[in-house]
Design a protein around this ligand. Structure first.
Ligand code: PLP
Length: 228
């Protein structure tokens, strides 16, 4: 099923790209692997997938040994507590997509400096204004990016958002448009950072996200089945 489902997602990516004349190679597929077993993740990796994302550091640590033997890239996509930063660095996370507060930035810089390492990050933005969601409010994002761009240890690569939880497709689209607009505003600041990545779109809204410029879609349930 996993392989069939990946093929279906690739087809959905291709169709969405065709509609807006984008090249499918511009859209990376990230497998959202929360609550997915190492065995199932390996099926996808052995089939040629290369990018996974976990939500909980506990799961990153649990699966680390199992997955070490299969080449892949691992992002962190969940809310990261400051006291877990050290594990993200230690257990092979190459990009934290969910940076949204200053304490996290300071802790990252402290740990990375000590180990003479760098970390890619995306800034998470709460584009739906839903209170349950993490992320910076859009109007605070520019100032935050400006401050973070001063750190040599932390490489800002783009922005991440979760679309509104809504059956109204236009509401979801507005979220993605907001993220794209913010990216342009940040580019206009000429900060000497490379902010090309837009991580947006999940199983239910990947087409809308791709139409609005997504470069990373994060897919869980449509590949691995419902978690509930
Ligand atoms: C679980 C999760 C996804 C994937 O969601 P699906 O609807 O299962 O595709 C994407 N992004 C984040 C941050 C997630 O936690």
């Amino acid at each position: 099923m996993i392989i069939k489902n990946i093929e279906k997602i690739q087809e959905r990516i291709a169709n969405a790209c065709k509609k807006v004349r984008r090249n499918p190679s511009e859209v990376k597929l990230l497998l959202a692997t929360k609550m997915v077993s190492s065995e199932d993740i390996k099926i996808a990796l052995n089939y040629g997938q290369t990018l996974i994302g976990e939500n909980k550091i506990q799961e990153v640590i649990q699966k680390y040994e199992d997955l070490k033997e299969v080449p892949h890239t691992s992002h962190f996509i969940g809310h990261l507590q400051t006291n877990k930063v050290k594990y993200a660095i230690k257990y092979g996370i190459s990009c934290i997509q969910s940076v949204d507060n200053w304490d996290l930035v300071l802790e990252l810089n402290k740990r990375l400096s000590k180990e003479e390492k760098t970390m890619d990050i995306l800034i998470q933005v709460n584009t739906s204004f839903e209170e349950s969601k993490f992320g910076l409010v859009p109007k605070s994002t520019l100032e935050f990016v400006k401050k973070v761009s001063d750190f040599k240890t932390i490489k800002i690569k783009g922005l991440m958002t979760i679309g509104a939880l809504s059956n109204d497709n236009e509401k979801v689209r507005d979220c993605f448009k907001r993220l794209k607009n913010l990216q342009q505003e940040i580019k206009n600041l000429n900060l000497n950072i490379d902010i090309e990545e837009l991580s947006m779109g999940m199983s239910g809204d990947l087409e809308t996200a791709i139409e609005e410029g997504s470069t990373i879609i994060r897919i869980g349930s449509a590949i691995f089945g419902s978690r509930y």
